[in-house]
Design a protein around this ligand. Structure first.
Ligand code: ATP
Ligand code: GLN
Length: 143
């Protein structure tokens, strides 16, 4: 007997007002990526040092001695940028433009729906909390 499945329709795409663009990148490309994001009006970014491996297990990847650890995990930086839906593609394009070398190990971008944003200082939620002063939405409405 077939298992019970969720109903698939080609036009059903789960939607969200906000998305987290989560990019795993080469550490030495991160400052270039972040200055380009600031230039386009991105004001909120979180970065963490992480280690990982992908299809090549880190082994085929070109690396300096310090970037490569004994256990095949390669040092990467995770950048997390929460933006409104209409800014997602511009942010992704910019990250690729600034981070891509064309060599194995350039990284990956994950897109994650975010259900709410809460600003701790004010208690604001949603759009009010996601908007940053001097941010992309302010810049583009001023144009
Ligand atoms: P406030 O107006 O109270 O300063 P804010 O919205 O500017 O609030 P911060 O308190 O400056 O937020 O942000 C704290 C940290 O949250 C930042 O250092 C950054 O790591 C992270 N952060 C803020 N906004 C975003 C965002 N849109 N995407 C990813 N990280 C963010
Ligand atoms: N979407 C916000 C704005 O336009 C900026 C978000 C961000 O900087 N991550 O104000």
């Amino acid at each position: 007997t077939p298992i019970f499945r969720a109903q698939i329709t080609p036009d059903y795409v789960p939607d969200s007002k906000f998305y987290k663009v989560e990019a795993i990148l080469r550490p030495w490309r991160v400052s270039q990526v972040s200055s380009a994001l600031v230039k386009m009006g991105i004001r909120g970014v979180t970065v963490s040092d992480v280690r990982g491996f992908g299809a090549q297990g880190g082994s085929k990847e070109r690396h300096g001695g310090s970037e490569f650890s004994e256990d095949n995990f390669v040092a990467k930086v995770k950048m997390e940028i929460v933006v409104s839906k209409d800014q997602v593609e511009a942010v992704i394009d910019k990250i690729i433009e600034e981070a891509r070398t064309g060599e194995i190990g350039d990284g990956k971008i994950f897109l994650v729906p975010v259900s709410d944003v809460i600003r701790v200082r004010t208690g604001e939620r949603g759009e009010k909390a996601e908007r940053m002063s001097g941010g992309r939405s302010e810049i583009s409405t001023a144009l």
